[in-house]
Write a protein that binds this ligand. Sequence first.
Ligand SMILES: Nc1ncnc2c1ncn2[C@@H]1O[C@H](COP(=O)(O)OP(=O)(O)OP(=O)(O)O)[C@@H](O)[C@H]1O
Length: 259
Amino acid sequence: MSGAAQNIIEVRGLRTQFGAQVVHDGLDLDVRRGEVLGVVGGSGTGKSVLLRTIIGLNRPAAGSVRVLGVDMLRAPRAERARVERSWGVLFQNGALFSSLTVQQNVEAPLREARDLGLDDADIAELARLRIAMAGLAPGAAAKMPAELSGGMRKRAGLARALALDPQILFLDEPTAGLDPIGAAAFDQLIGRLQRALGLTVFMVTHDLDSLNAVCDRIAVLAERRVLAVGTMEEMLAVDHPWVREYFHGPRARAALRAG
Ligand SMILES: Nc1ncnc2c1ncn2[C@@H]1O[C@H](COP(=O)(O)OP(=O)(O)OP(=O)(O)O)[C@@H](O)[C@H]1O
């Protein structure tokens, strides 16, 4: 396979700015098909903005974003829509519709995809399957988001992200706000789903345990670009103050011992 075919996402020369604030400048990143890529960096380095830019929620000032070989900033609307169908997104707070049950939340993308020609029974059945895949008990389907714990809300958001059987899963801080046991269980779930479904996962995280448990490679954002990318072992050898502090600090040592 050529490099381009292996890369399910290719970001080149990305420049993102808000007014005078330049968040990314000359940022390049490849995400390989079938990998779990963890994106780390100090607060405000533009990890969430990078995710939002790749999925088309933020328009960059310059550069290109290719997903599944399609130039997402320049391709015709219909082609972009086809690619958008191939990913699912779990936002940090789960981003569930608060007035809908979990079942209805998971059904929403299936209903929107009218061209799939699914009837109500198919939609309900598929949603039930996704809810189970996300590790929720069947009883959770009838609950409102406000009735769920933080961990259950994440799982409901994950079930919705999986609704259309995506190739790529985008996760923004999936374990933020979970207790360590809940976070470890969520990491394991992501790992199991990734293997079972052959997903490519792009995960913004601060969580060293997650990086250690599920990520194949890690990309470090610093100085407005991807400063380093590689395995955990490779990150340990990077000679940059932030990278050294992050991967060799006391929290990192504890996480690595546990891994
Ligand atoms: N819509 C927006 N308008 C203006 N500025 C924005 C917007 N979105 C993000 N920013 C700014 O861009 C910078 C990067 O934000 P981003 O949320 O990507 O950081 P992050 O690396 O994910 O940080 P954290 O780890 O704290 O979540 C921040 O300074 C933020 O204030």
